[in-house]
Write a protein that binds this ligand. Structure first.
Ligand SMILES: [Cu+2]
Length: 328
């Protein structure tokens, strides 16, 4: 009798517990970020050298290397005192926001500059006030003001059937739009398929060892003068972007993005290795402005390999860096 009563109570309890767990899982995590827009100097080639072919020098593109840029800077909390450190290979990119399908991103934005600015995301679910463009409350945040954007990584923001376990989306300022990305206000959102995350607190996919992001963009610094056309990968030219470091046999994912104008048609090429891109094997991937795509590789050959845009003029102008594969 007592045994039956205990069993019944336990069964009911487990039933309600499982419903509660389903609801919690369905709601996902709320991931909070603090990002300020800041005006600061940016050096396109901190070494002052052409690190791909040193003897060629930096040509006209080396006449001026430091310009004033606007950037998204991530902070640990709402005091905006302690910036979050980024790996060197991220260059000029803003903080990488991460979510698992089902999660909500709460992005607190503080405009520390002298321009009205915003954060407009691709891919994620938002309402008009959280679009960061075209009229809603978050469309234009005045200097000194802050705004909190709420973006949802729903099923439609996550990897599709032919995608790898995580995919990349752009975010950028969208007040004046056309010349704004050239200011430097660009970052990425990576969304992981539900169930593929490393743990509840770590949304990175468990089936990769490295996820690298590379932005191909020609910054126009001097009203179309060639010396001001900075052909960059993550805001660096002529090999001045270190940190793409891997080992033979690791699982490496490349999130590739582009922005810019009609000259920003890029063909991204790795030396030493092929990638798997939507089921297709290649070592060159085409990007047009605002393209976002992801490709996977397992490095097989040790070396300090070229990683560059294969368009001739872009190569000559320094749209190159290296990625390193060490043997174990
Ligand atoms: Cu190119």
């Amino acid at each position: 009798m007592i045994f039956q009563y205990v069993r019944k109570t336990l069964t009911t309890l487990f039933f309600f517990l499982s419903i509660l767990m389903t609801i919690t899982t369905a709601q996902g995590a709320v991931r909070e970020y603090w990002i300020a827009a800041e005006k600061m100097p940016w050096n396109y080639a901190p070494s002052g050298k052409n690190l791909i072919h040193e003897e060629d020098g930096l040509n006209v593109w080396g006449q001026t290397l430091v310009y004033t840029k606007y950037r998204y800077i991530g902070y640990t909390d709402g005091s905006y005192k302690k910036p979050i450190e980024q790996p060197e290979w991220m260059g000029i990119l803003g903080p990488q926001l991460r979510a698992v399908v089902g999660d909500t991103l709460k992005v607190h934005f503080l405009n520390k500059t002298d321009h009205p600015l915003s954060m407009h995301p691709h891919g994620v679910l938002y309402d008009k006030d959280n679009e960061g463009a075209d009229g809603g409350k978050g469309a234009s945040i005045l200097p000194g003001k802050s705004y909190t954007y709420t973006w949802i990584a729903d099923e439609n923001a996550g990897p599709g059937p032919s995608d790898p376990s995580s995919i990349v989306w752009l975010y950028h300022s969208h007040v004046m739009s056309d010349d704004e990305t050239s200011l430097g206000l660009i970052g990425t959102i990576v969304v992981t398929r539900a169930g593929s995350q490393s743990s509840e607190s770590n949304p990175k996919p468990q089936d990769v060892d490295h996820e690298f992001t590379a932005l191909f963009l020609i910054f126009n610094e001097e009203n179309d003068e060639e010396s001001g056309m900075k052909h960059t990968i993550n805001g660096r030219i002529f090999g001045n972007l270190p940190g793409y470091n891997t080992y033979v046999g690791e699982r490496v994912r490349w999130h590739l993005i582009a922005l810019g104008n009609e000259q920003d048609n890029h063909s991204i090429h790795w030396h030493g290795q092929t990638v798997l891109h939507h089921g297709r094997r290649t070592d060159v991937i085409e990007l047009m402005p605002a393209s976002m795509t992801s490709a996977d590789m397992v490095p097989r050959s040790a070396g300090n390999w070229l990683f560059h845009c294969h368009v001739d003029d872009h190569m000559t102008a320094g749209m190159s860096t290296r990625w390193q594969v060490k043997s174990r």
